[in-house]
Ligand binder design. Structure first.
Ligand SMILES: Cc1cn([C@H]2C[C@H](O)[C@@H](COP(=O)(O)OP(=O)(O)O[C@H]3O[C@@H](C)C(=O)[C@@H](O)[C@H]3O)O2)c(=O)[nH]c1=O
Length: 186
């Protein structure tokens, strides 16, 4: 397993080993003890799985506010998508910066999204499945979003045309104007 740091402190790219044989492959998609050895000690409590039928489907940018903030460990079950995180930890040296990482069934990569980050993705292939672990339960009262095309974030989603969005995401507010839910702790 490879654990790669990124330019956003706390965001990690994880490349689990795949053991291939005549049947296909085997891979450990989460190993708490091994990740603790890389400084990641998270008690995940909920696993989510979603299917996006059309390429160009965009979900995000989402987060849950405290006291139900979530860290997430994201991977692709089928197809391919670009996973995006954006730092909204006030006082962070990388506040407002975003990162996009290609996750696919083929590359088997995972992205660790810490608390204090917006999260979203855009699918690149039809019938794309995303599977992710969450460190807190779904809390509808704490469910929050920022518009995917917020000019202050200026995320390059690599889209040719308008994405397919939920009504909720199409109406999401800009980052500026939101309370400072998260502060950088160094
Ligand atoms: C997120 C979530 C949704 N739901 C329900 C609420 C709603 O009826 C339906 C669809 O919800 P949404 O439209 O919010 O689903 P979706 O747009 O896929 O939301 C997800 O997007 C990605 C980017 C994330 O990071 C996730 O944390 C989550 O916010 O599922 C749950 O029951 N549990 C959950 O944990």
């Amino acid at each position: 397993m490879q654990v790669l740091t990124t330019e956003l402190p706390g965001v990690l790219i994880i490349e689990p080993d795949r053991f291939g044989d005549a049947r296909g492959f085997f891979s450990e998609s989460w190993n708490r003890r091994r990740m603790a050895g890389h400084g990641v000690e998270i008690d995940f409590v909920q696993d989510n799985h979603s299917l996006s039928v059309e390429p160009g489907t965009l979900r995000g940018l989402h987060f849950q506010t405290p006291p139900h903030a979530q860290a997430k460990l994201v991977r692709c079950g089928r197809g391919a998508f670009m996973d995006v995180v954006a730092d909204i930890r006030h006082g962070s040296p990388t506040y407002g910066r975003w990162l996009g990482v290609d996750l696919s069934f083929e590359n088997g990569r995972q992205l660790l999204v810490p608390e204090g980050f917006l999260h979203g993705f855009v699918t690149r292939q039809p019938e794309t499945e995303i599977i992710y672990k969450c460190s807190d339960y779904y809390a509808p009262d704490c469910d929050a979003a920022v518009r995917f095309d917020d000019p202050d974030l200026a995320i390059d989603w690599g889209l040719d045309g308008p994405p397919i969005l939920s009504d909720k995401d199409a109406a999401a507010p800009r980052l500026r104007g939101l309370p400072a839910y998260f502060t950088w702790k160094g």
